[in-house]
Write a protein of this length. Structure first.
Length: 85
């Protein structure tokens, strides 16, 4: 059974190569080795989309206000910053 994510792949690699970690996590080493065998040749390079920090959004809103962006755009960004859609 191949890993479904990069995070799972790294966990199974740890379990397969570190007996103490396998025991601590309660995952048999044989399971980790099985995952590693199934993952051969696969790449897990893509990550998820990063969330924009509030500080960065504040800077963006400040810049938009200085640049004279339409109020509707600024309002939209402020709502996005608060977590609204």
């Amino acid at each position: 059974m191949p890993s479904t994510s990069g995070k799972q792949h790294r966990l199974m690699a740890l379990v397969a190569n570190n007996p103490a970690a396998a025991k601590r996590l309660g995952i048999p080493q044989s399971v980790g080795k099985e995952f590693m065998q199934a993952d051969k040749g696969r790449k897990f390079a893509e990550g998820g989309q990063m969330k924009e920090s509030k500080a960065m959004m504040k800077k963006e809103i400040g810049f938009m206000k200085k640049a004279g962006a339409p109020k509707s755009m600024v309002k939209h960004e402020m709502a996005e910053m608060k977590g609204a859609k």
